[in-house]
Design a protein around this ligand. Structure first.
Ligand code: NAD
Length: 446
């Protein structure tokens, strides 16, 4: 699963040869390690609104080094562009040009983050043009950044201020190494609810979480990350994966539940296990998923129904059981694993893309149901992730898929896990019904 090419071009001779030949040079990404600073280097907060001042003050309260104006030739950890009062396309010009002039000072693994309002049908045409214009701007800028730097945006819905917990938490997530493989994405904050954690290193302290498909791959990493962040974890997988499941459960001091999630009573079994063994259930991560690729012309009923049954129908049924239970109350969280295939489509994956597109539809339509019980439901859509699933792709195709993103490399299971842990936290209470791509800004799809 190692990306040998990336290792080669990041060492002495290999680096020089790749440079001379103009070959892709994927950077070593800055990933989160407990105890490490949120970001190294000063943060330039660009923007002249009250929101920009508020954010700068908050960053100072987090002991970060903040600049309100560029200092010539000073290396920057991040640039945050606050444009929360955009009214006309002309409003973009001055701030984006200041950002442009500072880009050459952005450190390796640096961050550019925009904070703005989403364009909506109730905006004046000029305001909507400016707001949607920022969308295109950020996505293009992210493609221009190099050396593992990323560009992402926080969107504040009407009535949500930058000081609201989820907006600040989203800025923190994008600044940190937790978002290493999230690039060119926007995350909308739809409500001012939420609470920043007392201990930023243990945002899930006291929570009980369930992860399906946890015996290996991305699921095992989700379990490890939720445990690291303080949650007690129930690990669910098929009985045939029992040995691996037990090993990961031991590693994270969690409990194993051997269960086929397509069973009609799967939701009930999950609830019973979590409540009996951990006294509660706060977080459910729907990660279990399969591929059964075939061109549609050769598709048979068993391939179609297996993929829809495991990747989508099981989630719908389990969610119904969760929502009906008095044990899934307070601030419950559901996070589903979708895929960029469900957004962009993929040859040979009509069944898989239907299931993953379906997950995103389910998440959007379930958001009000979760909000009614004080909770949220969101999806994470991974792009190319280095796992046993993608190891099986033929070499040439794998190389193309792996490099076809702005970071020119595959993501790691831990990158998907970090996004899920963030969406599962209390601080993310204002994010509901969203799909966050973890794809290095994959060239395919939006
Ligand atoms: P994987 O095949 O390594 O792991 C999936 C796990 O789910 C396995 O342990 C399997 O036993 C379990 N599982 C399958 N059917 C089950 C069932 N009926 N009940 C309980 N458990 C079941 O896959 P992965 O690469 O780690 O992918 C995890 C998720 O991420 C999947 O939903 C996948 O579609 C999605 N995803 C992966 C990638 C990637 O690049 N690997 C990209 C996009 C999305």
């Amino acid at each position: 699963m190692a990306d040998k090419y990336a290792q080669l071009v990041n060492q002495g001779l290999g680096r020089n040869v790749a440079k001379k030949l103009g070959l892709p040079q994927p950077a070593v990404l800055r990933r989160y390690q407990p105890g490490e600073p949120l970001i190294t280097g000063p943060i330039l907060v660009q923007g002249s609104t009250a929101g920009a001042d508020t954010l700068a003050t908050q960053l100072l309260a987090w002991d970060l080094d903040v600049r309100r104006h560029p200092v010539p030739r000073e290396k920057l950890g991040a640039i945050i562009l606050v444009l929360d009062e955009l009214e006309r396309p002309e409003d973009l010009e001055e701030p984006v040009l200041v950002v442009g002039a500072s880009l050459r000072d952005l450190a390796r693994g640096g961050r550019v983050i925009t904070v703005s309002r989403p364009a909506s049908e109730t905006d004046s045409p000029a305001a909507a043009a400016a707001r949607q214009g920022l969308d295109g701007f950020l996505r293009s800028l992210a493609k221009e950044l190099r050396a593992g730097a990323t560009g992402n945006g926080v969107l504040l819905a009407e009535g949500v201020q930058i000081a609201s917990p989820s907006a600040l938490a989203a800025v923190r997530f994008f600044l940190s190494g937790r978002s290493a493989f999230v690039d060119g994405q926007f995350l909308k904050i739809s409500s001012p609810s939420g609470e920043l954690p007392r201990d930023p290193e243990k945002p899930l302290a006291g929570k009980a979480a369930v992860v399906t498909g946890a015996a290996r791959g991305i699921g095992a990493h989700i379990a490890r990350t939720l445990h690291r962040d303080g949650a007690a974890v129930v690990l669910v997988d098929l009985p045939v994966a029992g040995e691996h499941l037990a090993a990961v459960a031991n590693e994270v001091k969690g409990t194993a539940l051997q269960l086929d999630i397509t069973r009609k009573d799967a939701g009930q079994r999950i609830l019973e296990h979590a409540v009996q063994r951990h006294g509660r259930l706060d977080i459910v991560v729907h990660n279990a998923g399969i591929t059964r690729d075939k061109l549609l012309a050769n598709m048979d009923q068993s391939r179609w129904s297996a993929v829809i049954g495991i990747n989508l129908a099981a989630q719908l049924r389990i969610n119904e059981a969760l929502l009906a239970s008095e044990h899934f109350r307070g601030a419950p969280r559901i996070v589903s694993v979708a895929s960029t295939s469900g957004i962009a489509g993929n040859r040979g994956q009509t069944n898989y893309a239907a299931s993953k597109g379906g997950v995103m539809g389910m998440v959007r339509a379930s958001a009000p149901l979760l909000a009614a019980v004080g909770g949220t439901i969101n999806a994470v859509a991974p792009g190319f992730i280095e796992t046993e699933m993608t190891e099986r792709i033929p070499f040439a195709l794998r190389e193309i898929a792996r490099r076809a993103n702005s970071l020119q490399q595959g993501g790691r299971p831990a990158d998907v896990a970090e996004a899920i842990a963030f969406l599962a936290s209390d601080a993310a209470a204002g994010i509901n019904g969203e799909v966050l791509r973890v794809c290095g800004q994959n060239m395919v799809g939006a």
